[in-house]
Design a protein. Structure first.
Length: 274
């Protein structure tokens, strides 16, 4: 049995402990209330920066798709008959609007040339110049500032991302023995050719007969280019931002396929001077 003095001492001790704990929790709550607005402000700044870059990417994607659609309508009306690809021999099918083709698989030299043209060619460079101008006008990312030097930095960033995507597409295609070159449709009409471009955005040629198969490089390469920007972008941009940017880059690649479908006959006609 405890004496009255011991019991009182224990009671006072437990009271002091509870009192101390109460003050400790109260101080911790005050500290958390001070930190919470700061953390919320920091998250708001990061969210705004992320939203800015995504809005810029949406504007660029919209520009590519609008350009592709405009080219499709204009070129489809003028050169609706399409063209025969230089690497294929066309055999007309009288019962349909399409043409069956005999596929000839290009050698490594031609495949590498196609990679250089699609990655560093004039169409891609014009797209990068316009895309960098949109990012510059939107001040994305804001850390790079304004002026010609800042625009050059954004352009180099876009070239780096595009080069990574194109190189990934080529190397992965070679590893999987796929012909990733875009072959324009020999069909007639705007919508059949748009459909062909959409299918070609997710497929590639395989084997000596050139049968179409699902193309992993077409899906992987836009995200490879997007994730490469994390190497030189400000530290606040993370994997989630790169993934969302990759989504827009994938849409860009689809828009470029549509544009290429209708630009091929234009270039062919200009090349022959008729």
């Amino acid at each position: 049995m405890l004496s009255n003095a011991d019991q009182k001492s224990g009671i006072h001790g437990r009271y002091r402990m509870r009192q101390s704990d109460g003050h400790g929790h109260h101080a911790q709550d005050i500290l958390m209330n001070v930190k919470r607005p700061r953390n919320q402000m920091k998250r708001a700044r990061l969210s705004k920066a992320t939203d800015d870059i995504l809005c810029s990417r949406m504007a660029r994607t919209g520009l590519v798709l609008l350009l592709a659609g405009s080219i499709g309508v204009a070129a489809g009306a003028t050169f609706g008959q399409g063209l025969k690809n230089s690497d294929t021999k066309a055999v007309s099918d009288q019962n349909t609007d399409t043409q069956e083709t005999i596929y000839v698989r290009p050698n490594l030299h031609r495949r590498f040339h196609s990679y250089l043209l699609s990655t560093f060619g004039p169409i891609q460079m014009v797209t990068l110049v316009a895309g960098s101008a949109i990012s510059h006008a939107d001040d994305v990312p804001p850390e790079w500032g304004q002026g010609w030097g800042a625009y050059g930095e954004r352009f180099v960033s876009d070239v780096g991302s595009s080069t990574t995507a194109g190189t990934t597409n080529f190397l992965l295609g070679e590893a999987l023995h796929l012909d990733i070159k875009y072959y324009p449709c020999t069909c007639k009409g705007v919508w059949p050719r748009v459909k062909h471009a959409l299918i070609s955005s997710l497929t590639a040629r395989a084997g000596e007969d050139g049968h179409r198969v699902f193309s992993p490089p077409a899906i992987v390469s836009p995200y490879a280019g997007a994730f490469s920007t994390l190497t030189w972008y400000p530290a606040r941009y993370g994997a989630k931002d790169a993934f969302r940017t990759g989504n827009y880059d994938l849409l860009d690649s689809v828009g470029m396929k549509i544009a290429l479908e209708f630009l091929h006959p234009v270039f062919r006609k200009l090349h022959h001077g008729s």
